[in-house]
Design a protein around this ligand. Structure first.
Ligand code: SAM
Length: 259
């Protein structure tokens, strides 16, 4: 693939999705690109970039293939059990009057809404606020709308579906009192500073395609956004190789605590 063509493709992807492919692992990027280009009926990067720019279906396929927005309610349910039983009691005991949570790379919103449900169900009622961010404006609009097809609900405990959603033309809409607890905003984990600190930072299945340097930037930013004793929750295929270099300590599978 010509460097110049790849540069043009990066420009189009950045403009269309907010994703900066220069932070993505080169080998994975090329492998995936070859596959996606074939599906779009071309082997020419420049031509593919033009298609991506013009044809919403090609853009949609690109996003799906890169698993860019893939998400669901209570993804990896056993980790939500750990959140409920082990992490939440600890942070609730040490936080201020309002528990502050940041869901980074929240995609279409199913992750922060799932966390809100866990907090609503938490036996020691506590005020909470969730800041949910992503770089993808389309994903954020769906998150704000809060309406989902059945495909998003494979892992949700069934009683929560009845309690926190209303049926709407064959889909499911989040009840408004849950919506009010979450603010959705555009934020790039690799570029935008964070001024606040949180009791829990959740960043799952976001850094998987990042290069090592980009991962370091992201983990440093998340750690910086945590209060002392706060928790970082990462995705179930991810790990932080040297957590102490970010001031973090491994506590439970996929949970780290800020020292
Ligand atoms: C696979 S989804 C994960 C959604 C959710 N966290 C989950 O685990 O179900 C990854 C999300 O990360 C977002 N993302 C990718 N790069 C990002 C960046 N630099 N800053 C913020 N979000 C980013 C994508 O737009 C996408 O919505």
């Amino acid at each position: 693939m010509e460097k110049e063509d790849i540069r043009y493709l990066r420009e189009v992807v950045l403009r269309k999705t907010g994703i900066d492919l220069s932070f993505y692992k080169e080998t994975q990027l090329q492998r995936r690109l070859q596959f996606i280009m074939l599906r779009a009926g071309t082997q020419d990067v420049k031509e593919y970039a033009l298609l991506l720019d013009k044809d919403p279906r090609v853009l949609e396929d690109f996003k799906n293939r890169f698993a860019i927005n893939v998400s669901e309610f209570f993804r990896n349910p056993e980790r939500f059990e750990d959140l409920q039983a082990k992490v939440l009691p600890e942070i609730a005991a040490t936080s201020g009057p309002i528990l502050k949570i940041w869901s980074a790379g929240c995609s279409v919103g199913s992750e922060p809404y799932s966390i809100a449900i866990v907090l609503e169900e938490f036996e020691r009622k506590k005020l909470y606020h969730i800041w949910a961010t992503d770089i993808d404006e389309d994903a954020l609009s769906q998150a704000r709308e809060g309406v989902y097809s059945e495909a998003y609900f494979h892992s949700i405990p069934p009683e929560y579906l009845d309690k926190y959603f209303v049926r709407q033309n064959g889909n499911f809409a989040v009840v408004s009192h849950l919506k009010r607890r979450i603010v959705f905003a555009k934020h790039d984990l690799l570029r935008d500073e964070i001024k606040e600190t949180f009791d829990l930072v959740v960043c799952r299945n976001v850094v998987i395609y990042f290069e090592e340097e980009a991962k370091k930037i992201a983990f440093a930013r998340m750690s910086q956004a945590l209060k002392k004793g706060g928790y970082l929750w990462i995705g179930s295929t991810e790990r932080i190789p040297d957590p102490s270099s970010f001031g973090l300590r491994y506590v439970l599978p996929f949970f780290y605590r800020k020292e």
